[in-house]
Design a protein around this ligand. Structure first.
Ligand SMILES: [Zn+2]
Length: 393
């Protein structure tokens, strides 16, 4: 089984030449999408990551040279003059234009030079490199150094082709089109390639990794020719055939090698236990935070918030309606404008919760008030309040 060093060098060269390195990673639940991305990102950090021994900032630098072996295949190596400290490595100074003074000022980095033997490596931390929500993605885009790997664990939140209406997703899509100068290596984890918005899939991505089994991934490189389907998904479907629990994976892998976009296939070994635990801990903490944020308001509070927003933020809500595709107040406006914290504008309930509420009331209306059983569907609600609601209705 091939090792993925060559792929990482390839990605790095693309980044340096200002090409998108966006990689789409798909596969069933439990096929190890996250573990595969973590393995690739950790190796990348190990190869290119530096911590300045003077100011302590993280940065990425390519100190590898390339030569051809006897078969003409490229080989990447760290040359002796680097290893033997015959050259300097400089901590990059990042400058920003200060709009008040019109002067450029240093925002990070010290510009000090040091030797390769003084190198300190960036330590992998799930929290630093993996983004779990749209907000988190934006935060990382603005805070991580150039060339950083960024794993978007829940890319479905903003990269979904079905999600076109959400303002937040739209903003993120716009943001992704302007961050190329930062040369990140971004991973989108998605259930299926078809779910990914075409702007990302056809426009901005360069690779597709399909996990076909636990820890087994097939790497495809995007067809840069003229095509509406840059990864020839139809062809991949044909070659894969029907996959079941006891399907012969070796045969499927062999078939997929005939795919026009086939690049390589990898086996990703299990992550070291501490790395996996760290990943799980961060993921669970983020999930919990979201839950707590949602549950710390009673439904009565949410009713008050909605009333306030309807009365005081009607202009914004109606602009949202006017901009919507079919001029209707949809769930996105409900969650993003009406059930949103009037101060922070953060949504206070999930889309799914609101849909359940509305469905429940819909059932109630259909029953013409004969039955109030619908209110039992929302088990997480405070009982006392449901009773109150029933009486008033
Ligand atoms: Zn420095």
């Amino acid at each position: 089984m091939a090792n993925y060093d060559y792929f990482l060098h390839y990605v790095r060269r693309l980044q340096e030449n200002n090409f998108d390195a966006l990689s789409l990673v798909t596969g069933a639940k439990g096929s190890g999408k996250s573990s595969a991305c973590i393995a690739l990102a950790r190796k990348y950090i190990d190869m290119y990551g530096f911590v300045c021994p003077f100011c302590g900032i993280d940065f990425y630098k390519n100190v590898y040279a390339i030569k051809k072996d006897s078969l003409g295949n490229p080989q990447f190596y760290i040359p002796d003059y680097v290893k033997n400290d015959k050259c300097w490595i400089q901590c990059p100074e990042n400058r920003e234009l200060d709009l008040r003074t019109g002067q450029k000022r240093i925002v990070s980095g010290c510009g000090h030079k040091f030797k390769y033997s003084q190198r300190k490596k960036i330590v992998w931390q799930a929290q630093k490199q993996i983004a779990y929500s749209n907000e988190d993605v934006i935060k990382k885009i603005f805070s991580l150094p150039n060339f950083s790997p960024i794993i978007c664990d829940e890319a479905i939140n903003f990269a979904s082709s079905l999600d076109f209406a959400k303002t937040e997703s739209k903003e993120l899509k716009k943001l992704f089109t302007v961050i190329r100068p930062k040369r990140f290596w971004v991973f989108f984890l998605l259930p299926e390639l078809g779910w990914c918005d075409a702007r990302f899939r056809e426009g901005m991505s360069s690779f597709w990794i399909r996990m076909i089994d636990r820890g087994e991934g097939i790497l495809f490189e995007k067809d840069k020719g003229i095509t509406k389907d840059a990864y020839h998904i139809q062809k991949a479907e044909e070659l894969m055939g029907t996959v079941k629990f006891f399907s012969n994976m070796t045969k499927i892998k062999k078939n997929l090698m005939k795919h026009p976009c086939y690049f390589d296939s990898f086996h990703f070994p299990e992550l070291p236990e501490d790395v996996y635990n760290d990943y799980e801990m961060v993921r669970n903490a983020v999930n919990l935070q979201q839950k707590v944020a949602e549950q710390s308001f009673s439904n009565k509070d949410l009713g008050k918030v909605a009333a306030y927003n309807l009365l005081n933020n009607w202009d914004r809500i109606s602009v949202g309606v006017q901009r919507s595709r079919d001029l209707r107040l949809g769930y996105d406006i409900l969650t993003n404008e009406i059930f949103a914290d009037p101060l922070t504008r953060k949504r206070m309930v999930s889309d799914v919760t609101v849909r359940n509420w509305v469905r429940g009331i819909g059932d109630y209306v259909k029953s013409k008030g004969e039955s109030v059983v619908v209110f039992d569907t929302a088990k997480d609600e405070v009982v006392g309040e449901n009773v109150e609601l029933e009486v008033k209705l």
